[in-house]
Write a protein of this length. Structure first.
Length: 151
């Protein structure tokens, strides 16, 4: 449980570097995608930590192998609406990363990854990444609190 949380924190450190350093000097859609992958990876470790906590409390008997099944199982057992929002974002980002995408204004401040998702156009730019980044940091604070309660 703590191990998974610490892995999430390590992924968040890498995410922090990608967002604040790499994206600053290399404004490309490839960096946006790498940043999204780190956000997803951080969420996966956080989900695993929360599930291990539920397993320790004997609320869950088995942890599924599939990341989507893990998130859905966690959503069933959580009462905190904010954590459910984090999980919905996680599932959305996983689906978005599998969609074909277009690039706009690479090498400029307004570099954008354009994705058609569920009938709407998503424009993922630096500002949207900042929103996702902040949400991920908030998720880690929630997970830390939950993991400390589980001990």
């Amino acid at each position: 449980m703590e191990e998974s949380y610490l892995q999430a924190v390590e992924e968040f450190k890498r995410l922090d570097h990608l967002y604040y350093v790499t994206l600053k000097y290399t404004r490309t859609v490839d960096v946006i995608r790498a940043t999204l992958e780190r956000i997803i990876s951080t969420h996966e470790h956080a989900v695993e930590a929360l599930l291990k906590c539920l397993k320790q409390e004997k609320k869950v008997t088995e942890i599924p192998a599939s990341p989507v099944a893990r998130a859905q199982l966690l959503m069933q057992h959580l009462s905190d609406p904010r954590l459910v929002q984090f999980l919905e974002l996680y599932l959305k980002l996983r689906a978005v990363m599998r969609q074909p995408y277009e690039k706009k204004e690479e090498y400029r401040r307004h570099v954008t990854m354009i994705v058609q998702f569920e009938g709407e156009t998503l424009n993922i730019d630096i500002d949207k990444l900042k929103e996702y980044f902040d949400n991920t940091g908030e998720l880690l604070r929630h997970v830390k609190q939950r993991v400390l309660e589980c001990k």
